[in-house]
Design a binder for this molecule. Structure first.
Ligand SMILES: [Ca+2]
Ligand SMILES: [Ca+2]
Ligand SMILES: [Ca+2]
Length: 378
């Protein structure tokens, strides 16, 4: 009964709290470009900003984990996101083959933003980020819609230290970035594959304008205290993972946009999304606030997960009325029965992911959906 996907996600969605990163980033002072040309990363004409794939030399830095994957430069008319060429990885999606791309970027002395254009054949749960020379992997998630170019631009301060890596300094140091890493989370083994989805057959992933920049333009700051703000879905890309087969769509709602989590089947009972929160400073947080709407009355399960996997949940009934704001006092979140915690207490400073799913087995009409917006701690 009480088995949303959270427990299954633990081993692979290994991201850990690193609130120091977010704090340090605020002290960064005036943004300064260090790539040649000094153009904002969102500018399609920007050159010298990482990898534009206008020449074969840009391809040489990139490697695929899957030895059978083919990396080449696509120069067909209209293929690129910007300019005349982009990187195209072609692989045969199959169980057990993890599709990961890595590159050694130009050395930077400081950087505030990681950005890239990406296109995949099918909707994709993407893990991406940067790896320091010492091995510390700082990552975020994005839900990439299939069949179109998507511009992903994130402050480095929003990247979260992966739980399976460590960083003695406790913070991402841009001058130590040795690798840019992107991975399609499809086809993970076992229950993780059930949660995050599977792909088969020939799949293509295209990249263009991969940028490490000190610019802060193009990133969307949340309203209020950025150390407490999770997502407002006003950015061009959705910084979340879809689980249980749900489709994530960014839709117009109110004055801005919201995330719509759509279930068009009941193959998985719990369908929803995962948001990273390990980059925030939640030490003083007392509640979680979010705006929820639904296509019909649905039960929504909200889980906050600690670094060690301890899961604290609360269920909310969401009516089919206009979206409304709900606030969950963190003290009211209850340790899940199949979860253990060494101290029996939700430790704010250890929260790393927020999992929000709805019980779609109870949905009367398909497709059923719930909408999510203004996710913040307070
Ligand atoms: Ca290009
Ligand atoms: Ca919004
Ligand atoms: Ca605890």
């Amino acid at each position: 009964m009480r088995k949303p996907w959270t427990g299954l996600l633990l081993p692979a969605l290994v991201i850990a709290a690193c609130s120091a990163v977010a704090q340090d980033a605020e002290e960064g002072g005036k943004p300064r470009f260090f790539f040649e040309g000094g153009k904002a990363p969102a500018a399609p004409e920007g050159d010298g900003v990482g990898f534009s794939f206008e020449a074969d030399a840009d391809l040489a830095a990139w490697q695929a984990l899957d030895a059978e994957a083919l990396i080449e430069r696509d120069t067909a008319p209209g293929a690129a996101f910007a300019g005349e060429g982009c990187l195209r990885m072609t692989c045969v999606a199959r169980e057990g083959a993890f599709q990961q791309l890595t590159a050694r970027p130009p050395t930077v002395t400081e950087a505030a933003t990681l950005a890239f254009g990406i296109r995949t054949d099918l909707p994709t749960n993407l893990s991406f980020g940067v790896v320091e020379g010492g091995g510390a992997f700082y990552q975020q998630f994005a839900a990439i819609p299939g069949g179109q170019w998507t511009w992903v631009s994130v402050p480095l301060a929003s990247l979260v230290l992966s739980q399976d890596t460590q960083d003695a300094s406790g913070r991402l140091e841009p001058e130590q970035i040795a690798e840019i890493r992107l991975a399609d989370l499809a086809n993970l083994p076992g229950p993780l594959g059930d949660a995050l989805g599977r792909k088969t057959g020939v799949q293509r992933l295209c990249l263009d304008e991969v940028v490490l920049s000190s610019a802060t333009e193009g990133t969307v700051a949340g309203a209020g205290d950025p150390r407490l703000f999770v997502e407002g879905f006003e950015g061009e890309s959705v910084m979340a993972l879809a689980i249980g087969g749900a489709a994530l769509e960014r839709v117009a709602e109110g004055d801005g946009h919201a995330l719509r989590v759509v279930a068009d089947g009941r193959a998985s009972r719990w369908q929803g999304c995962v948001l990273a929160v390990g980059q925030l400073d939640l030490r003083a947080a007392s509640g979680l606030s979010l705006r929820l709407g639904a296509s019909e009355g649905l039960v929504v399960n909200v889980t906050l997960e600690e670094r060690d996997g301890s899961k604290y949940s609360q269920r909310i009934g969401v009516a089919a009325d206009a979206p409304s704001e709900k606030t969950i006092p963190l003290d009211a979140m209850i340790l899940e029965t199949d979860s253990a915690d060494e101290n029996g207490r939700l430790d704010r400073d250890q929260a790393r992911v927020l999992v929000i799913v709805a019980d779609m087995a109870r949905a009367v009409r398909l497709p059923a959906w719930f909408s999510l917006d203004d996710v913040r701690f307070e």
